[in-house]
Ligand binder design. Structure first.
Ligand code: TPP
Ligand code: MG
Length: 577
């Protein structure tokens, strides 16, 4: 480094490193010379901790999705660097996914220089600096981030980074957004230090004694208790706490709209998965006490709801969901708490204070176990091809067999096959299944890169719809995977189009003209060579499979390729939409 070279950009990168950021998923532009120069100046220096590594992402969706999945897997937030308003806009729905997934990530974008004629280092030098100057760049992100601010001087940039990270990591976690004008990012400074230990995330909250007693007593006294959860497994450490409580009182557990492994799929008390329901769930209708833990969508009133007199309790890291303009469950008590802590408190209370009606609990355990065995047997029977074609259930069963004992991380963006993937994969290890948590498609492509960088020793397998594969900008994602040695196995649930909008239309207009004419505008015919995109962009091993008998071997070969260090994309041909 040139003697004394130290700018806001240097301090910014130092602060990221201090905050535990190993990777900056970056898409660069005219706002980043300060950062590019600071990185080059630092090259070869022995810094402790070392500056984060820049991961060049040719599309911003890939950058943010990678940072999202990295943080989900490792529970350590990373950073994303994008270009002024344009790059901010190009992250598009990925920021909505990070918000809904309650995933911490620090996003930085430069802003146009504010001086016209060389008054300060970083002043305007290119025509584009006039064109990229907009009124409210931070406003683009404001509905989706927990915090936004502008870096106004390098003298407190470290404080700002650590404060932003503290907010991002404190529950409910989420994305944060900082901007910095070129002049500020070029500002020469004296080196200085901050202590990141003073910015730890807010410690997990627990239940009060009174609420613990209320919930423990209600559950222990229930005849037909039920637990519903969606994202408790964001913290893999919370899963054993749920298992312990469920086992203690023989409480069936339903995973609803779950994008995490929350409760072991092979557990006798696992009572099924639900996403968009069309029929009443009898367990939900019959339950007299329901504990909803960490859930955005515990049920869909239109088709499946609890009894009007059920006693409902809600424990959530985010119990009121102020980020959702309309949300409600008719709970007797809402409590904001960390689910791991809260469930352990309830379990302890039951053990210490509440008389368990052991006979009744054992009868229920036997009943729930038998019902779940029957339900699983019925699902097993569906795991076969239909009319010579691969079905989503058969495909998922083959994936389950393929991955048995491998310790793989599975990313799911299987859309109309979300439920089938959950039901037949039956993820049973905490942290082994991940979805975006949001509604903006295209997460899994970049997500696979982030998951692999976060957990290089594990195989990463991405189950995606064909539409979602394309939303994920595979040309960019597959190139990044190759360049940075982060291979994944991508399995496309290829039904040649978008089943979801067709399904949505049928839910509203079952007898309509679109249904009568099968005219939904959802077909991807003529078919594109989807794995070929990955081959061209990232030298991926690319295969298309339509023969059910050939499927297991094709998947096995593809996994072996990935374990050898090269990405593979298998398009599995399903009945078309
Ligand atoms: C960014 C974005 N654009 C559009 C949508 C609306 N949408 C929801 S599901 C879907 C189709 C997804 O297709 P695919 O991944 O092939 O899954 P399939 O519906 O076929 O199961 C679309 C377009 C969305 N959720 N996100
Ligand atoms: Mg599809």
């Amino acid at each position: 480094m040139a003697a004394g070279y130290y700018t806001t950009s240097t301090a910014f990168l130092e602060a990221l490193a201090e905050a535990g950021v190993k990777y900056v998923f970056a898409n660069l532009g005219s706002d980043h010379p300060g950062i590019i120069e600071a990185l080059a100046q630092a090259r070869g220096q022995e810094r402790e901790p070392p500056f984060p590594r820049l991961i060049v992402c040719p599309h911003e969706t890939v950058a943010l999705s990678a940072a999202h999945a990295y943080a989900s897997v490792s529970r350590t937030p990373q950073a994303v660097l994008v270009h002024v308003d344009a790059g901010t806009q190009n992250m598009g729905g990925a920021v909505s996914n990070a918000m809904r997934g309650r995933v911490p990530v620090l996003i930085f974008a430069g802003t146009a220089p504010y001086t016209l004629a060389g008054e300060l280092p970083g002043s305007r030098t290119e025509f584009i600096h006039w064109i990229q100057d907009v009124h409210d760049q931070r406003g683009i992100m404001r509905g989706y981030v927990k915090y936004d601010n502008e870096i106004r001087t390098g003298r407190n940039v470290k404080q700002l980074v650590h404060r932003a990270m503290q907010i991002a990591r404190s529950e409910p976690a989420g994305p944060v957004y900082l901007t910095g004008p070129r002049e500020v990012m070029e500002e020469p400074l004296e080196p200085y230090a901050t202590d990141p230990a003073h910015y730890s995330p807010v410690a997990p909250g627990a239940l009060t004694q009174a609420v613990t007693q209320e919930i423990a007593t209600a559950l222990a006294g229930a005849s037909r208790p039920l637990i519903i959860t969606s994202y408790l497994g964001r913290n893999p450490g919370a899963v054993p706490a749920l298992v312990e409580l469920a086992e203690l009182l023989a409480i069936p557990v339903i995973e609803s709209a779950a994008f995490h492994m929350n409760f072991p799929g092979d557990h006798p008390l696992h009572s099924g998965y639900q996403f968009t329901t069309t029929q009443q769930n009898p367990l939900l209708a019959e339950a007299d006490v329901i504990l909803v833990v960490d859930s955005d969508v515990p049920w869909i009133h239109a088709s499946s709801r609890p009894a009007p007199d059920a006693a409902i309790y809600g424990i959530d890291i985010d119990p009121l969901k102020p980020d959702m303009p309309m949300w409600h469950i008719p709970a007797r008590r809402f409590a904001a708490a960390d689910s791991k802590e809260a469930l352990a408190q309830v379990t302890r209370y039951v053990l210490d204070h509440v008389l368990i009606v052991q006979g009744a609990v054992e009868v229920r355990r036997a009943q729930v176990t038998a019902a779940n065995r029957a339900r699983r047997d019925a699902l097993d029977a569906l795991e076969r091809p239909a009319d010579g074609m691969i079905t989503p259930r058969y495909l998922t069963a083959c994936v389950r067999e393929l991955l048995a004992g491998t310790g793989a991380i599975v990313l799911t963006e299987a859309i109309t096959s979300y439920q089938v993937v959950a039901e037949h994969l039956r993820a049973s290890r905490p942290g082994s299944l991940l979805g975006s948590g949001g509604g903006s498609l295209g997460w899994a492509g970049g997500g696979a890169v982030g998951a692999k960088l976060a957990s290089p020793e594990r195989a990463v397998v991405c189950l995606t719809g064909d539409g979602s594969y394309l939303f994920g900008v595979p040309s960019s994602a597959q190139w990044v995977a190759r360049r940075y040695g982060a291979p994944a196995l991508t399995i496309i649930y290829d039904n040649h189009g978008w089943a979801a909008p067709k399904f949505s239309t049928l839910l509203v207009h079952a007898e309509g003209a679109a249904a009568a004419a099968d005219d939904f505008h959802v077909s991807f015919e003529p078919a594109a060579d989807l794995p070929g995109v990955a081959r061209a962009a990232g030298d991926a091993y690319a295969v298309t499979v339509s023969d059910p008998q050939a499927l297991p071997l094709a998947l096995k070969d593809a996994l072996a390729v990935v374990q050898g260090g090269r990405s593979a994309v298998v398009s599995v041909q399903l009945p078309p939409v």
